[in-house]
Design a protein around this ligand. Structure first.
Ligand SMILES: NC(=O)c1ccc[n+]([C@@H]2O[C@H](COP(=O)([O-])OP(=O)(O)OC[C@H]3O[C@@H](n4cnc5c(N)ncnc54)[C@H](O)[C@@H]3O)[C@@H](O)[C@H]2O)c1
Length: 331
């Protein structure tokens, strides 16, 4: 009998796409989410337990009841700016919450964890493309919560034999190709949803932070990875661990950098009209350019990205169009 995967934060953006990919392969799944920032509808037909990762009694009973051997752990707060204003909120949820989750997992006999880490653990990278051996030097509270949890996971392996894969995502983007689920701009602060909001809703112009960086067109460069590609990396990580793979950390990116201007040009191509935007001063703490060296993911997980910026922008635009046109502006 195939054992069950517990997906924390499975009602959120990346979690819901991953749950859907697991269900499409017939894998048994149970979702745990507070729904604070998630959407029950996005879980579609997977069993959903509404609750907190810090509730050890709940996690232990869910793991036992569903015969969970692997936890895919998305649940966390992710707003970098907010983490610099309210650090304790991030320490409590992202770190304390994870420690409670892991203790419950160990008590219930769970053997593996796949963890949502982030390329932000590298801070401003020493060289690009960014490989996994670069120095971990987080530049925000949020990023440090990811680095700390990676280290905690190393200790839980050493002490309890709980093996894990930390997936260091680059910039998750895009929506499901059937427009069923996507990244809600009411919650997201990332470039693509904010740019599409500026275009479709028109209630605020996009701010482009700096166009005088030492990049080909002067704007910052990032590695945008389609959310369904990300979902595939989680399935590969679960299989690696179930096949006895050792604890490790792996970049999940395409290896291709795209500038802010390339993203805006791409949205204009998809939408047939330009994104209303203003160039403003550079924002403190933004790395100029960062994109993944994806070789380890290929070698260790047997995974590589299938989609590029065009598919990301096309799927994101079509999903937003299906969701938001005609809806009144919030607040
Ligand atoms: N979106 C990105 O580009 C990106 C990049 C790197 C890393 N990550 C990480 O990936 C993970 C998922 O990101 P996302 O974009 O899907 O975020 P999201 O906010 O859409 O999803 C997070 C989900 O976790 C839930 N949650 C939060 N705290 C919880 C708790 N204590 N107990 C139970 N549920 C809880 C929320 O309700 C939400 O549904 C996060 O850990 C994030 O830090 C995201």
């Amino acid at each position: 009998m195939t054992r069950t995967i517990l997906v924390t934060g499975g009602a959120g953006y990346i979690g819901s796409h991953t749950v859907r990919a697991m269900r499409a392969e017939g894998r048994p799944v149970v979702v745990l989410d507070t729904l604070e920032l998630g959407n029950a509808d996005a879980v579609i037909d997977a069993p959903l337990v509404v609750g907190d990762i810090a509730d050890e009694a709940l996690v232990t009973s869910v793991c036992r009841e569903h015969d969970v051997d692997t936890i895919v752990h998305f649940a966390a707060y992710k707003n970098v700016g907010e983490s610099m204003q309210q650090p304790s909120k991030y320490f409590h949820n992202n770190i304390d919450g994870t420690v409670h989750l892991l203790d419950a997992a160990v008590a219930a006999g769970v053997q593996h964890v796949v963890f949502s880490s982030s390329c932000s653990v590298y801070g401003t990278p020493e060289r690009i493309p960014v490989d996994e051996d670069q120095t971990i030097q987080p530049e925000s509270v949020y990023a440090d919560t990811k680095a700390i949890v990676e280290r905690i996971l190393g200790w839980y392996d050493q002490v309890h034999g709980l093996r894990s894969v930390s997936l260091r995502y680059f910039n998750a983007a895009g929506a499901s190709f059937d427009s069923r689920i996507g990244e809600d701009w009411d919650y997201a602060l990332n470039l693509i949803p904010v740019a599409i909001r500026a275009l479709l809703r028109g209630d605020q112009r996009l701010k482009v932070f700096g166009d005088d960086y030492p990049t080909p067109d002067g704007t910052c460069v990032r590695d945008y990875i389609h959310v369904d590609d990300l979902a595939g990396a989680h399935l590969a990580a679960v299989d690696l661990l179930r096949n006895g793979g050792a604890t490790t950390a792996v970049n999940v990116g395409t290896g291709i950098g795209s500038s802010v201007k390339q993203v805006l040009d791409g949205i204009e191509r998809v939408a047939g009209k330009p994104v209303p935007h203003d160039i403003v001063d550079r924002r403190a703490g933004d790395p100029v350019s960062t994109f993944a060296e994806p070789t380890r993911a290929r070698e260790v997980l047997g995974w590589q990205a299938r989609y590029g910026l065009d598919e990301i922008l096309d799927s994101a635009y079509r999903w937003h169009l299906s969701q938001h046109v005609g809806r009144p502006a919030a607040g």
